[in-house]
Ligand binder design. Structure first.
Ligand code: SAM
Length: 246
């Protein structure tokens, strides 16, 4: 059976992805053939003998710009019938969990990593479907940003996370933060695990967790609630269970 999700990454630093693709969920999902992630060296599409991928900026100024010819050639080779092309750039659409879910639902992504001053603008106009930003700050290259996209989206591809239940109620899955987590020991440095979690009363635990998730969202990220207002039931739950660390 073909993998459910394929990603081709085009980069001038393919070695950055070593390790990242081999461990934990991604490593296992790749070994099982659930996902197929291929990292390509942009230089393979650059003109021999020197295989130069960057050049000075027209108009002057410091720093180099990635040339359009090798990137467009790489995309044309890799795109096939279903490739969707994302360019990592701080000028792109900010990545959210909703966008991540949309990327996980695509069969085949091609991610282009920029470097230096960025990528010749004609790459965007000729072959890019969407520009993706991982946040309002500037990284030195698109590799870490591509890893963020791959890591966040892969875990939403069916079969990658062993227990799909662990995706339910996660922070940002439904526009809210998740509840606090505790593990053994029952008491640590004078702080006890909230007693409800030790009660074995599953329905009450579930209600407590929902209430804590709501308190947390109100306190830390009230902006998330602008599009997802609290219901009367949410307010009742928060009154019934105050913040555990109040
Ligand atoms: N001169 C560019 C600008 O001011 O918009 C920044 C170039 S940055 C130093 C080099 C590369 O890192 C970019 O081409 C892009 O691929 C990647 N990058 C940097 N910040 C990023 C972000 N927040 N999200 C996604 N990619 C980013």
């Amino acid at each position: 059976m073909p993998p459910a999700w394929r990603v081709d990454v085009v980069t001038t630093f393919p070695e950055s992805f070593e390790g990242f693709l081999e461990v934990s969920l991604l490593g296992k999902a790749r070994a099982a053939g659930t996902i197929d992630i291929r990292v390509h060296n942009l230089r393979d599409w650059a003109e021999p003998p020197h295989r130069v991928t960057d050049d000075y900026a027209y108009g002057g100024g410091p720093g180099m710009v990635l040339k359009p010819e090798p990137i467009v050639a790489a995309v044309e080779d890799l795109r096939g019938s279903d490739g969707w092309v994302g360019l990592l750039t701080p000028q792109g659409r900010p990545l959210t969990q909703r966008r991540v879910a949309a990327l996980a639902a695509r069969r085949h992504l091609i991610l282009i990593c920029g470097r230096y001053e960025g990528v010749d603008e004609r790459v965007r106009t000729l072959v890019v479907d969407e520009e993706i930003s991982v946040g309002d700050y500037v990284l030195s290259g698109g590799e870490v940003a591509a890893m963020v996209v791959i890591d966040a989206a892969a875990r939403l591809v069916p079969g990658v996370v062993g227990d799909a239940g662990s995706l339910v109620g996660e922070s940002h899955a439904d526009g809210r933060l998740s509840h606090p987590q505790f593990t053994r020991s029952e008491e640590f440095r004078g702080q006890r695990v909230p007693s409800v979690l030790l009660s074995g009363h599953h329905e009450r635990i579930e209600r407590w967790r929902r209430a804590q998730a709501l308190h947390r969202t109100v306190r830390r990220r009230p902006d998330l609630l602008e599009n997802c207002a609290l219901s009367d039931e949410d307010h009742q739950l928060m009154d019934e269970f105050p913040p555990w660390d109040a």
